[in-house]
Write a protein that binds this ligand. Structure first.
Ligand SMILES: NC(=O)c1ccc[n+]([C@@H]2O[C@H](COP(=O)([O-])OP(=O)(O)OC[C@H]3O[C@@H](n4cnc5c(N)ncnc54)[C@H](OP(=O)(O)O)[C@@H]3O)[C@@H](O)[C@H]2O)c1
Length: 332
């Protein structure tokens, strides 16, 4: 059936400026790392994307290697985009990245100009797009001059193949240097994509300060710790969960008894706030001034609906933050 987006789609979401740029992002963005590969149902993927757009999610995040196999998520998204969303392309912010292994030989990963620009060409073909909104260097490359990596991002923007440049997984010092280089090239660093959740708090050790100081937006990936910070694993590992799947990046041994015990405590605090654990975990990430958006993954429209209700309660009284900190204390 022809897809017509919900008319009220912009009345439900909140949008925030991404750092000091003029680009506003939804506070909840959707990532396609999992659930959009050849092993997944395109019918379900389309339902998730339609639901997301209907609810005001305008930002969709990809990378060259998302699948499996690598490239499959961009291809699936490209097909759905062409069929369902081509009339609404200008209402969407679509990002992709290059940095991790994509093809064999010396030019298929890391941060050379050769790899980044060739990979972007391939991504655009798979996505059926003339340009992406954001092109990221997916990880810092210690063996390539940062000048080269940043000038490749800047070139992609000057060529009109990307509208903005971003970096992901860069440590604080390298983030500062990357931002200075991009600025000198006339292509400001729009955004930094970093792993951040109640279970992974490294960005609090310096990165967030750099982002605020440099006016770079922060988008937090895996804010639900790949599903651990939800009710998914409270009573074991369900067969259809990421931890049970052979191709997933969450392994069953991450679901430890100690973690589950603490997660049950968090679940109780969430209940007292009138929220699901997923909603509390997302609100907790969004309380950081450096975070523009949380970048979630979902395997069903029902999970998306649950996560979107986060917007009903974002505030945290001091007492609740203290309670949460006590539960998380010393957790491995
Ligand atoms: N830059 C990078 O290096 C990098 C790395 C990783 C991810 N990312 C980006 O971040 C995005 C999100 O990462 P992620 O998928 O790990 O995020 P996440 O939101 O932490 O985890 C998503 C998983 O959590 C479960 N889930 C989500 N909502 C739920 C709910 N309400 N109730 C129960 N379970 C729920 C689902 O697991 P089930 O599948 O088990 O249902 C879902 O697949 C990626 O798609 C990608 O765009 C970037």
């Amino acid at each position: 059936m022809t897809y017509i987006p919900a008319e009220n789609r912009y009345q439900q979401m909140r949008y925030q400026f991404c750092g000091k740029s003029g680009l506003r992002l939804p506070v909840i963005s959707l990532g396609l790392w999992h659930n959009f590969g050849e092993v997944d149902s395109e019918y379900n993927a389309r339902a998730i994307l339609r639901d997301a757009f209907d609810r005001g999610i305008t930002h969709f995040d990809l990378a060259n290697n998302y699948g499996p196999p690598p490239g499959a998520a961009e291809s699936m998204f490209g097909r759905i985009l062409k069929n369902d969303f081509s009339r609404w392309r200008d209402e969407m912010v679509i990002s992709t990245k290059a940095g991790y292994f994509m093809w064999s030989g010396p030019y298929g990963e890391w941060g050379s100009r050769k790899y980044l620009l060739a990979s972007l060409e391939q991504s655009l073909k798979r996505l059926n797009l003339d340009y992406v909104d954001i092109f990221y260097s997916h990880r810092f490359d210690p063996d390539t001059p940062l000048e080269e990596t940043m000038s490749a991002l800047s070139q992609a923007v000057r060529q009109g193949k990307a509208l903005y440049a971003g970096i992901s997984n860069y440590p604080p010092e390298q983030t500062k240097r990357a931002a200075a280089l991009l600025k000198s090239l006339g292509t400001p660093c729009l955004i930094h994509q970093m792993k951040y959740s109640m279970l992974v708090r490294d960005p609090e050790d310096g990165l967030f300060d750099v982002l605020v100081e440099k006016g770079i937006g922060g988008i937090a990936f895996s804010p639900l710790a790949q599903g651990l910070l939800t009710d998914r694993y409270l009573d074991g590992i369900p067969d259809d969960s990421r931890a049970a799947k052979p191709h997933g990046f969450l392994t069953a041994d991450a679901v430890t008894d100690e973690r589950i015990e603490r997660i049950r405590m968090l679940n109780r605090i969430a209940g007292e706030r009138g929220q699901s654990l997923a909603q509390m975990a997302l609100a907790w990430v969004l309380r950081q001034p450096a975070v523009t958006s949380v970048l979630i993954g979902v395997s069903s429209p029902a999970q998306l609906d649950d996560n979107l209700k986060t917007l009903n309660r974002l505030d945290f009284p001091e007492g609740e933050l203290k309670q949460i900190a006590e539960v998380l204390f010393d957790l491995e």
